[in-house]
Design a protein. Structure first.
Lengths: 435, 444
C-alpha cells in the first residue's frame, strides 16, 4: 500500500499536496477547513510588515479563460498579500500549528527589500512554531510597484541578498518562490541557492490580460471602466511551470535541490508529473478555488492508486525519475521514425485530422470515399498534430517503424543506431561523430 | 420455427432466437471509454452535492466521477463500493431518474442530467472485470451473525460484517443467493448472469457462508438462530403476493407476475418460455412494468397494463412508463379488474372504469372486456413468514434506528422492514447500516 507521507526539508506531511499562499490560506477558518478536507500542508497567505495592511480593490479581482462548457482553464488575479493585521495572522498561525502538528504550515513573507524589515519580522514568525517560510518574490502587480514581489524576483542579486538575511535571522527552512516573468529561470534559482535557500518553489503567476470587453473597450475584469494586467494561473499555466521546474532540476548548478512545484495542479496526474520532473511536493491554488477543498481527495486517492499499480511505496521512489529523460532538441534521435495510424473502428469521421494536415501540415492524410481517412506514409513526418486534434483518444496512434524497413517518405532505410543533429552532415556546426 | 405474435394461447418460441437475444440485451449499453470520458466531463463537482444527498447509500458521486475523469475508473469503483457494495447491480437497476439524476443540477439547468447510473456501471464493470475485490477482511472477532435472506439487504449486511471480522452465515429459501437481484430484476437490466457473478465477487471478502433451501418456519427458527449466533439480521423481503379477489383469478393462465419474472430470469432458453398472445397485467408498479415489457419482448401480440388510478398516481416512474410504451405496451389508467373469464383457460378479463373520489377508488359502472389468454397479478407484495414475537408496523417489521427490531439482538432491513422505499439501493443502505450497528453492539 502506497505511503504518501513526504519529508520536504525535514518537514513531514501526510501527503505531498499543499495549498499555495493565496486567498484559500488567508485565515484560520480557511486553513482549518483545508486540513479537515485532507490537505498535507499550507503556505499561509503572504504576510507584510507590521503596520497598516494593504487595501485592495473591492472587485472584480478575477478574470477567467474558459474551455467548453465554461470549464475554467485559466484564472487571472489581482489579489494582493494579506489585508489583515500582522498580529492577527501570527496568533492564528500559532493556534493552527498547535492543533495540526502533523501538517506542514509554512508562512509566506513579503517585506521591503532592506535588512531591518526582515530582521524585524523573522523572530515573530519563528515564535509561531511554523515549519518554515516562503519568500514571495513573485507578485507581478500591486507590490512590484513598491519594490517588492517580482521587482525582487527579477533581479538575482536581490534574491540572493534577501535569502541570506533570512538564513541568518531565521532558524527553520527557507523556501524561495520564483516568478516566471523572467527570461531564464535558472538565474534566479541559482541565486536563491547561492544565498543558501533550502528550496525553491515555482511558479508564481504569469503577467497577463485575459480578455477585452469590446463594449467598454477595457481589459476584463473591468473596474469602473478600466482594467489592469494580473497574474495568470490554473491548468493553462502548467506547461510553463513544468518546463521551468525541469530546467532547474537539470541545471548542474541546482540539480537535486528541493523544489516545490506550483502551476495548474488539478488532478493526481498533474502532481505525479511535476514530481517526476524533480518536485518533492506540489502546491495547489486554482483547482481548490475552482472546485473547493475536496479536490484533494481525488488527488490522494489517485496518486495512491497509481503508486500501487507501479509498485512505488514511497514518493521518493519516483521523484525526479523523468529528469534524465529531459534533453535538448539537438540530442533527439533523428533515426527514430514513426508514422500516424488511424484506427478505422474508432474513427467517427469528423475529418479534423484531414483539416489539420491538409491545410496546415504535410498533406499526409487521404480523405477517401465515404469519409474514410487514411494516412499516407509517403508524406507523413509523424508531427503528431492529427493525434492532438482528434476528438477521440487513441483513435490515431504513432507506430514506430522498425530498423531495416524503408521510410516511404525519404526512401531511406530506418537505422537502428542513435544519431542526432549535432553530427548530421546538413548541420554546418556538426561535430564529428565518435568513430 | 418461430410461432409468431398471433399464435393463440400461451405458447413458447414466438420469436426467432436472434430477436429474443436482441430484445433482452442490455437496456443501457455499457459505456466505451470515450463515451465515459465525455459523460464524466459534464459533472460540475458540486459542493455538498444534491446527487449524493439523493442517493440512499450516500455514494460520493462527484468524487467518483472526478476519478473517472482523471483516468482511474478502478479508483472510482472503490469510492462507490465503499458506500454501496452492490454498486454494480445498483448501476443497472436504480431508478436514477427519481434519485441522483433527478437531483442533478444539470437536470435543473438543461433537463439533461449527468449520466450517473451509466458512469457508475463503467467504473464498477472495470474493476470487477479485473477480478479485484478491493476490500480486506479485518482480524476475526470470533462473533457470529445470522442473516436470513440473501437478497441485497442481507448481502450488504453480511459483507460489511465480514469485512469487520465477524463470521456470517446467510440463509435463503431459494436455491441461489441474490434475492430479487437474481429472481426479480428485469432480464434486460441484469444480463449475462450478472447477479450471480456479483454474489460470487462479494463473497471474496471471506467469512461468509451461504446456506440455501432454508427459511424461517422451514428449517430455521428465530429462537434457534439467536441461540447459535451473537446477532440476527432479518432480510426476508416480501414473499406474499396480494390477491385480486375477483372471480377466475385461480384459472391457469392467471398468475403472480413475480412468479413469471422469476421463471424468466432462471430460464436457460427464453425461447422455451411460454407467453400469451393477449397479456393483461394488473398493477402499476415496477413489477407490473417488468412483467409487461418482458412479455412483449418474448413476442406477445398485445400487452396491456391495467392500473386502477390515473397516470400521475402510478408508482412506476415516468421513465419506466415511457419504456413500456416504447416497447409497445399499452397503458390503461383508471380501470380495475371485475372478473377473469374462461373455463379451463383464460379467455378474457372484464375491467370496470374508476374514478378517484377523496383519494378512494370507486367504480363508475362502465365496463370493458379485453381479450386475454394470460393475466399477471402485480398489485403489491406483502410480508410473509415473519417470526412471531417481532413487532410489526403497517404490515412490515417495525424498526428503530439502524434497523433494530422489537426483539433484542435482532435487526431487520430491506423490503421486509417498515420505512424507506422498496428499492435495491435502499436495501443495501439498510443492510450496511444495520451491520455497523450490530458491530457496535457486538464489540461494546
Amino acid at each position: 500500500m502506497a505511503d504518501l507521507t513526504t519529508d520536504f526539508l525535514g518537514i513531514k506531511s501526510p501527503n505531498p499536496f499543499w495549498l499555495a499562499s493565496a486567498p484559500p490560506t488567508d485565515k484560520e477558518y480557511n486553513v482549518r477547513r483545508a486540513f479537515e478536507a485532507g490537505w498535507g500542508g499550507v503556505v499561509w497567505k503572504t504576510l507584510g510588515s507590521e503596520g497598516p495592511p494593504v487595501v485592495n480593490v473591492n472587485g472584480p479581482r478575477y478574470g477567467a479563460i474558459y474551455g467548453a462548457d465554461r470549464r475554467l482553464l485559466g484564472l487571472n488575479n489581482i489579489e494582493l498579500i494579506t489585508d489583515r493585521p500582522l498580529q492577527t495572522n501570527l496568533e492564528e498561525i500559532t493556534r493552527v500549528k498547535k492543533d495540526y502538528p502533523d501538517r506542514a504550515l509554512i508562512v509566506s513573507l513579503m517585506v521591503p527589500c532592506d535588512e531591518e524589515s526582515w530582521k524585524a519580522i523573522l523572530p515573530m514568525v519563528e515564535e509561531t512554531g511554523a515549519d518554515g517560510i516562503e519568500l514571495n518574490f513573485g507578485c507581478p502587480h500591486g507590490m512590484a510597484e513598491r519594490g517588492m514581489g517580482s521587482a525582487v524576483g527579477q533581479v538575482p542579486e536581490y534574491i540572493q541578498m534577501v535569502t541570506e538575511w533570512c538564513k541568518q535571522y531565521y532558524s527553520k527552512p527557507v523556501i524561495v518562490k520564483l516568478t516566471p516573468n523572467i527570461t531564464d529561470i535558472r538565474q534566479p534559482a541559482r541565486a536563491a541557492f547561492a544565498g543558501n535557500a533550502d528550496a525553491v518553489s515555482l511558479i508564481n503567476t504569469i503577467n497577463s490580460i485575459v480578455s477585452v470587453d469590446l463594449d467598454q473597450m477595457a481589459p476584463q475584469p473591468t473596474l469602473d471602466g478600466k482594467g489592469t494586467h494580473g497574474g495568470y494561473c490554473g491548468p493553462a499555466v502548467k506547461p510553463i511551470a513544468m518546463n521551468m521546474v525541469a530546467e532547474i532540476a537539470r541545471d548542474p548548478a541546482t540539480a537535486g535541490k528541493p523544489i516545490s512545484a506550483i502551476g495548474g495542479v488539478t488532478t493526481w496526474r498533474d502532481a505525479a508529473e511535476f514530481m517526476a520532473l524533480g518536485a518533492g511536493n506540489v502546491q495547489v491554488c486554482t483547482a481548490a478555488m475552482t472546485y473547493g477543498f475536496r479536490v484533494v481527495q481525488e488527488m490522494i486517492a489517485g496518486l495512491s492508486q497509481w503508486m500501487d499499480e507501479k509498485g512505488y511505496t514511497s514518493t521518493s521512489d519516483f521523484i525526479g525519475m523523468a529528469v534524465p529523460n529531459v534533453t535538448d532538441w539537438q540530442y533527439l534521435n533523428l533515426n527514430y521514425v514513426t508514422k500516424a495510424k488511424i484506427d478505422q473502428d474508432a474513427c467517427i469521421k469528423c475529418g479534423r485530422c484531414y483539416a489539420a494536415c491538409e491545410d496546415t501540415s504535410h498533406q499526409a492524410i487521404w480523405m477517401k470515399e465515404d469519409r474514410v481517412f487514411e494516412v499516407n506514409d509517403a508524406e507523413c513526418v509523424a508531427c503528431n498534430l492529427c493525434v492532438d486534434v482528434c476528438p477521440v483518444e487513441d483513435c490515431i496512434t504513432m507506430v514506430e517503424m522498425q530498423p531495416g524497413e524503408v521510410d516511404p517518405r525519404t526512401g531511406k532505410v530506418v537505422e537502428a543506431e542513435y544519431a542526432n543533429w549535432t553530427t548530421h552532415p546538413n548541420n554546418p556546426s556538426a561535430v564529428q561523430a565518435a568513430e | 420455427m418461430a410461432q409468431g405474435h398471433q399464435a393463440s394461447g400461451i405458447v413458447a418460441g414466438r420469436l426467432p432466437e436472434e430477436e429474443i437475444a436482441a430484445n433482452f440485451s442490455d437496456l443501457h449499453a455499457p459505456y466505451a471509454p470515450h463515451e465515459a470520458a465525455v459523460a464524466a466531463d459534464r459533472c460540475y463537482f458540486c459542493y455538498d452535492a444534491p446527487c449524493t444527498t439523493a442517493c440512499p447509500t450516500d455514494i460520493d458521486i462527484p468524487l467518483f466521477i472526478r476519478q473517472i475523469q482523471s483516468g482511474q475508473p478502478e479508483g472510482a469503483a472503490r469510492t462507490i463500493l465503499e458506500q454501496n457494495i452492490l454498486g454494480g447491480m445498483c448501476a443497472r437497476v436504480c431508478p436514477t431518474e427519481t434519485l441522483c439524476e433527478e437531483a442533478c443540477v444539470r437536470e435543473t439547468a438543461e433537463g439533461k442530467p449527468v449520466e450517473i447510473g451509466r458512469l457508475q456501471r463503467y467504473a464498477t464493470d472495470t474493476l470487477m472485470a479485473q477480478g479485484v475485490h478491493p476490500f480486506t477482511r479485518a482480524a476475526a472477532t470470533g462473533k457470529r451473525v445470522a442473516v436470513v435472506g440473501a437478497g441485497p439487504a442481507g448481502l450488504s449486511c453480511a459483507h460489511r460484517l465480514a469485512m469487520l471480522g465477524h463470521d456470517v452465515t446467510v440463509y435463503d429459501a431459494k436455491p441461489k443467493a441474490g434475492g430479487l437481484n437474481e429472481f426479480g430484476i428485469a432480464a434486460y437490466k441484469s444480463t449475462d448472469e450478472f447477479a450471480a457473478k456479483e454474489v460470487d465477487w462479494l463473497l471474496q471478502i471471506g467469512g461468509i457462508a451461504i446456506e440455501t433451501g432454508k427459511a424461517l418456519g422451514a428449517g430455521l427458527s428465530l429462537d434457534g438462530l439467536s441461540a447459535d449466533h451473537d446477532a440476527v439480521f432479518l432480510s426476508i423481503g416480501l414473499g406474499g403476493v396480494n390477491a385480486l379477489r375477483v372471480a377466475g383469478e385461480d384459472l391457469p393462465g392467471a398468475r403472480d407476475a413475480v412468479d413469471f419474472i422469476a421463471e424468466l430470469r432462471q430460464a436457460d432458453d427464453l425461447g422455451a418460455l411460454p407467453v400469451g398472445r393477449n397479456v393483461v397485467v394488473i398493477g402499476g408498479g415496477m413489477t407490473a412494468v417488468d412483467a409487461a415489457v418482458q412479455a412483449k419482448l418474448l413476442g406477445a401480440e398485445n400487452v396491456t397494463i391495467a392500473y386502477r388510478r390515473g397516470r400521475e398516481a402510478m408508482p412506476a416512474s415516468r421513465f419506466e412508463q415511457d419504456l413500456a410504451a416504447s416497447k409497445g405496451v399499452k397503458l390503461m389508467f383508471n380501470v380495475m379488474p371485475v372478473a377473469i373469464q374462461g373455463g379451463d383457460a383464460v379467455t378474457g378479463i372484464e375491467l370496470e372504469y374508476t374514478e378517484v373520489v377523496d383519494g378512494r377508488v370507486k367504480g363508475t359502472g362502465e365496463t370493458v372486456t379485453l381479450a386475454a389468454d394470460q393475466v399477471f397479478k402485480a398489485i403489491g407484495q406483502t410480508l410473509d413468514g415473519a417470526p412471531d414475537g417481532v413487532a410489526l408496523d403497517g404490515g412490515k417489521i417495525a424498526v428503530t434506528g439502524a434497523g433494530r427490531t422489537s426483539v433484542a439482538g435482532v435487526w431487520a432491513g430491506g423490503d421486509c422492514a417498515a420505512g424507506g422505499e422498496d428499492l435495491t439501493v435502499t436495501a443495501v443502505a439498510e443492510g450496511r447500516d444495520a451491520a455497523m450497528d450490530i458491530h457496535s453492539a457486538l464489540m461494546a
